[in-house]
Design a protein around this ligand. Sequence first.
Ligand code: FAD
Length: 611
Amino acid sequence: MKLRQTLQFLLYEWLDTESLCRRPRFADHARETFDAVFDTCERIAREKYAPFNRLVDTQEPYVDGDTVVLPQATHDAHKAFVASGMLGAAQDYEIGGMQLPYTVNASANAFFALASVSIGSNLLTVANANLLLIHGTYTQKRMFAANEFSGRWAGTMCLSEPQAGSSLSDITARAEPDGDDSQDDPLGPRYRLRGNKMWISSGEHELTENIVHLVLAKIPGPDGKLIPGTRGISLFIVPKKLVDIDGQLTGVRNDVALAGLNHKLGWRGTTNTLLNFGEGKFPVDGRAGAIGYLVGQPNEGLRCMFHMMNEARIGVGTAAVMLGLAGYYASLDYARNRPQGRPVGIGGKDAASPPVRIIEHADVKRMLLAQKSYCEGALALELYCARLVDEDHTGEPQAAAEARLLLELLTPIAKSWPSEWCLEANSLAIQIHGGYGYTRDFPVEQYWRDNRLNMIHEGTHGIHGMDLLGRKVRMGGGRAMDLLRQRIVDTAQRARAQPELAGYAAALQSAWERIASATRAAWSDGDPGSALANAVPYMQAFGHGVLAWIWLDVATAAGSRDLTAQGETARVGTIAAMRYFYHYELGKIDAWLAPVQQRDMTCADLPEEAF
Ligand SMILES: Cc1cc2nc3c(=O)[nH]c(=O)nc-3n(C[C@H](O)[C@H](O)[C@H](O)COP(=O)(O)OP(=O)(O)OC[C@H]3O[C@@H](n4cnc5c(N)ncnc54)[C@H](O)[C@@H]3O)c2cc1C
């Protein structure tokens, strides 16, 4: 199945997305309006994104004086995306949005990621503006968020510093009040920021009139020292060009300077920058220091940031899935057309017969089915999480609270699982192409390079593993785990009603008993050192357990469908992908859980000199 068909099945036949239209917020929508949005996005992605995916990889951004130069294709794609209204699609009508369910919005964005993941910076802009909608003042929303949703300005997230990536508590960017009237600025309490921010995606470009940086920095205490830890971190709006209260550029450049572009393995269509704040390259009122407006309360910066993390991580997970699917489609096409080798029969091979297409070889089918199983399963997981976001925003109070809790638990998986396994899918796509896959004449190597980012940014694999085992599974006394367990039991019950799926229901429940046992064992002596020493293998097992659950749930929906002839082929594929996951993948969880269960310290205890 191609993406559109897969999405239609998952959205309408599995998640019952249309039922959202009965809620007041989505009352103007129907399946027809959702499909119209998909038509538009699919078309723009096909015309403005896909043809230029290789071009933005080979024509990297470069600096000309103070300006970053991007290919014309990137400007055109950005313009088309803005014109589609997708930047503010999920927002209220009052601010120009369409009040689309997030599930539909995330699905629509998938078409762009499939066509070219790195053109533009749209998801960052949306995340930035969403954060301001929650934590900004009325004026900050009107001035900054609204201009971002309209596409007039773009947004960034400036968290990382050269010496502080995973450990944001060590950031050293500082913010000091800007004069006696600093608290009276209509745009928010005004500060002067100084410091360096590393890895900032879309930190400099000419796609938009202005760039709204959201920057984490510390406000020094009365002794002039920075408060250690994450407690002292505050959040600031730092526009590249200063603006007045009417949203017009004042003509004054803020003291934010591009120190350089990072030259990346992949994802080259998006600039990635080192930015210097407040070093005096563009003095404001004759003084060094970048002007920034406080968002929310002082020292609450990280809390504000984490508000938008769930959606940002669903975005990263979905991007990883789309790169995986792009490789799957490319390698499927290649395997259908590449003649090579002959089948082995009982009498050996018949050298006189013509070669077969490689899709006829069992091992190539294995690699294709693995990709389908990883990528379509992960897509279902992302949509499930997106549906939880809608439930959180628009559900009845108890359903909303449960959705929020479950989302907290699933978010590390939604981000990390596709980052690892859809990357593996890309590797298999290269393998199917043989030597050709290792060249730049075929697209699959670029998909792998682009996808390699996803285990690194938005929290590394290691950090998410520790978040899952250290915090999420124990949250609220294990309440989130209870909710997940209940949903798994429900799925297993429904699967048992279909004879072809009953055996998988038993396998699923047994897998989760082993995961639960390892969770208890990891924490049996309460020592985080030994509990978390194997947090990544734990996350791998947990993730495979989640995917096994999702696959069985999807297969249950596929099994109960009323089918056309074409639908039957799709159903066979869906059930096969589910079976692949149980037959070839689920068994891996025991290998991952063993060191967790035993609190194995082989790695953790090894002295440095022994490496
Ligand atoms: C292309 C790209 C785009 C990015 N975009 C942005 C952006 O727009 N804005 C932004 O703010 N940042 C951005 N980042 C930064 C990204 O979030 C960081 O790279 C990431 O948080 C990791 O930080 P680091 O690179 O300093 O690695 P480090 O934190 O130094 O980590 C190195 C390794 O050590 C491990 N490690 C670190 N601490 C621990 C620990 N306590 N326990 C166990 N293992 C640990 C990590 O898991 C990792 O494997 C981007 C990065 C890239 C590459």
